[in-house]
Write a protein that binds this ligand. Structure first.
Ligand SMILES: [Zn+2]
Length: 450
């Protein structure tokens, strides 16, 4: 029977098979990585794929801008400073974020937001602060009281405000959370808004943007009324495509590792990065082998490693590295990969996410760095004690027994000699490129986990 010719929908390689789980044609290299990525698709909003296709230019710029806020003095205390793309941790952080999103335009909207935040801060400690209003509402009884300009009365676990019921007994969904009342009453009381509390509740609770922040990111969920309303308006496009796209790209950067996922990584960058894995595995076919469960790499120490997708709930790196311990050791010359009976020793190596360039590298690039670093494991282990501990004893001993400079000097000369035996310039250029990448991988982008 003639098999229909299909190419890989991830990297365009001409040999691929249809995969039932992903419902895509995938090649042997891409299959485990794309399938593992698609298992995480629940984290990714449905508009992400088309957005990433059309606005892939946004991510670098947005990430760079957010990095800046997390580093400048004004951003201190208002932005996360952990791994990944920084996100706002306070209302002021959100305000700074919107400064970036809206550029120099729409000053009145920005003034309105800032005013809402500032008045809240100034009221702290006074009887009209948001938390004071909250405390006062807790004391309301079943007799009508006039508080903060509203007639208010308790009704079981719900509360009437000017004839509108808020709480679990409320008819409308936007009124069912009575905890939002202090925020709304605060704005009315301070003349920040003139709409009825019910209208404001509708705006305060409306989706999908704020729920998306809450459910998919670690950013602090904005609480002040004007801030929430404007975030939704901007994301909806009320101020044009630019601001809307900047909010959307930030939401994606906060909710997922954009360039590490099949659905969100720019298509061409993803394809190129996996094509590169194939190139490397062909160049180093003695040391790199592709298997159903990942990529096997034989290091210069003769250790065998496996790079495989991390479990769905796993680390943000999306990969894990194990040293494969074969039962027949120490006859390591007879290693074969992919045996079910392999024992593995996980090694904690992860890619450092310290700057926007590293964060922007597609998954395939990260895997290539890993392959090169593990292939040259003796050298990589200089930087990564976790890996050093996995080296066979002879390498650990020899390095200690001889001067390190002499040892590495000799390795370098061997390396140069090896390159000079290559066939011409193209080969040399490729090795140079690979060597540069390997050095980066070993020195800059990999580190031992704490
Ligand atoms: Zn492929």
């Amino acid at each position: 029977m003639d098999k229909e010719k299909i190419s890989c929908e991830s990297c365009n390689y001409e040999i691929a098979t249809h995969r039932d789980e992903a419902w895509l044609a995938l090649c042997n290299i891409c299959a485990p990585w794309v399938e593992s990525s698609l298992r995480r698709r629940g984290e990714i909003p449905s508009w992400a794929s088309s957005f990433c296709d059309s606005r892939q230019d946004m991510f670098y710029e947005t990430r760079k801008a957010l990095m800046k806020y997390s580093k400048i003095r004004e951003g201190r205390g208002h932005w996360s400073r952990s791994e990944g793309t920084p996100f706002p941790t306070t209302e002021r952080g959100w305000y700074q974020f919107l400064e970036y999103v809206m550029g120099g335009d729409y000053q009145s909207a920005r003034i309105r937001i800032f005013h809402g935040i500032e008045i809240r801060e100034k009221a702290i400690g006074y009887s009209n602060s948001v938390s004071a209003i909250q405390n006062r509402l807790r004391l309301v009884g079943e007799n009508t009281e006039h508080l903060f300009g509203h007639s208010i009365r308790l009704d079981g676990n719900s509360i009437w405000v000017n004839g509108v019921l808020f709480g679990p007994k409320a008819h409308d969904i936007h009124c069912q959370n009575r905890r939002i009342l202090p925020q709304l009453i605060f704005d009315r009381y301070n003349a920040l808004d003139e709409r009825t509390v019910e209208e404001m509740a509708y705006v305060y609770m409306r989706g999908p943007w704020i729920p998306l922040v809450r459910d998919t990111t670690n950013a602090r969920v904005p609480t002040s009324f004007a801030l929430r309303e404007e975030i939704c308006r901007i994301a909806d496009g009320a101020y044009g495509g630019g601001p809307s796209d900047r909010i959307r790209s930030a939401l994606l950067l906060w909710s997922t590792a954009v360039e590490r996922e099949f659905l969100t990584c720019p298509r061409s960058a993803w394809a190129r990065s996996f094509q590169w894995i194939r190139e490397i595995s062909q160049d180093f076919s003695d040391e790199v082998e592709i298997a159903e469960n990942g990529i096997y790499v034989t290091g210069s120490s003769k250790n065998l490693y496996r790079i495989s997708p991390a479990p769905p709930d796993g680390r943000t790196d999306r990969f894990e590295v194990c040293r494969i311990i074969h039962r027949e050791e120490p006859n390591s010359s007879e290693l074969s990969v992919g045996d079910e009976g392999d024992d593995t020793a996980p090694i904690c190596i992860h890619s450092m996410t310290s700057n926007e360039e590293d964060l922007a590298r597609p998954l395939g690039d990260v895997i290539v760095s890993l392959i090169l670093a593990l292939r040259d494991d003796i050298q990589t282990a200089e930087r990564i004690p976790q890996l050093f501990r996995q080296l066979p004893g002879e390498f650990r001993g020899r390095r200690r027994g001889r001067g390190a400079a002499e040892f590495w000097g000799e390795r370098y000369r061997n390396y140069v000699r090896r390159n000079e035996q290559g066939d011409g310039n193209a080969q040399h250029f490729r090795h140079m490129r690979i060597a540069v990448r390997a050095a980066r991988a070993a020195l800059d982008e990999l580190a031992e986990e704490e």
